[in-house]
Design a protein around this ligand. Structure first.
Ligand code: RP5
Length: 162
C-alpha cells in the first residue's frame, strides 16, 4: 500500500499531518512532498511521473488560495487524486475549495471539505481497500468501533437527561 501526499507549501503541513497520521496508522507507505504547482512545476511533474511508475496507489494533494496543485497533478496521472482545500488568511478557504472542485470533465479530483485532511486519508484507505482485502477488514472494524462509541455517548446523554 503506497500513497503520495503533496502539499503546495510547508505552511499547509499542520493541516495535512492529521491525514498522514491516519495513513501511517493503517500501515501505508507514505511519500510526502511540498511542491507548489506555481513555484516548482518542473519538480512537481517529475515527482508525479515517479508516482506513475513506482506502484503508488493514490495521490493526496493539499493547497490553499488559487489551488492549482490538485488539478495539475490530476492532469499528469490516471491514479486517483484527492484534493484537500486549505483555508488561508482570506475567503475562508472558499477560494481553494472552488479551485479544486471545479475541474473540467475528464480530469477529476475527488475533493473533500475545507481542511478535510482526515477524510482525505479515510477516502484514500477506502480506495486502496479495493486492492488490499486486509485493509478492507480493518476499515469495517473501525466503522463498528465508531458505531459503538456513538451508541455509548447516546446512552450517556439519554441517561443524563432522564
Ligand atoms: C498555496 O498557497 C499553498 O498550498 C498554501 O496554502 C498557500 C500559501 O503558501 P505560502 O505562501 O505560505 O508558501 O500554494
Amino acid at each position: 500500500m503506497k500513497a503520495a501526499v503533496i502539499m503546495g507549501s510547508t505552511s499547509d503541513e499542520a493541516k495535512v499531518e492529521k491525514g498522514i497520521a491516519i495513513l501511517k496508522e493503517y500501515g501505508v507507505d507514505v511519500e510526502v512532498r511540498a511542491l507548489s504547482a506555481h513555484r516548482a512545476h518542473r519538480a512537481l511533474s517529475e515527482f508525479v511521473e515517479e508516482c506513475n511508475n513506482n506502484g503508488t496507489d493514490v495521490i493526496l494533494t493539499a493547497a490553499g488560495m488559487a489551488a492549482a496543485l490538485p488539478g495539475v497533478v490530476a492532469s499528469m496521472t490516471v491514479l486517483p487524486v484527492i484534493g484537500i482545500p486549505i483555508k488561508g488568511a482570506s475567503l475562508d478557504g472558499m477560494d481553494a475549495l472552488l479551485s479544486i472542485v471545479q475541474m473540467p470533465s475528464g480530469i477529476p479530483v475527488a475533493t473533500v471539505a475545507i481542511d478535510g485532511a482526515k477524510n482525505a486519508a479515510w477516502l484514500a484507505l477506502e480506495i486502496m481497500a479495493i486492492k488490499y482485502p486486509e485493509l478492507s477488514e480493518k476499515l469495517k472494524n473501525n466503522r463498528q468501533a465508531m458505531e459503538k462509541a456513538c451508541l455509548d455517548t447516546n446512552n450517556e446523554i439519554s441517561e443524563k437527561y432522564r
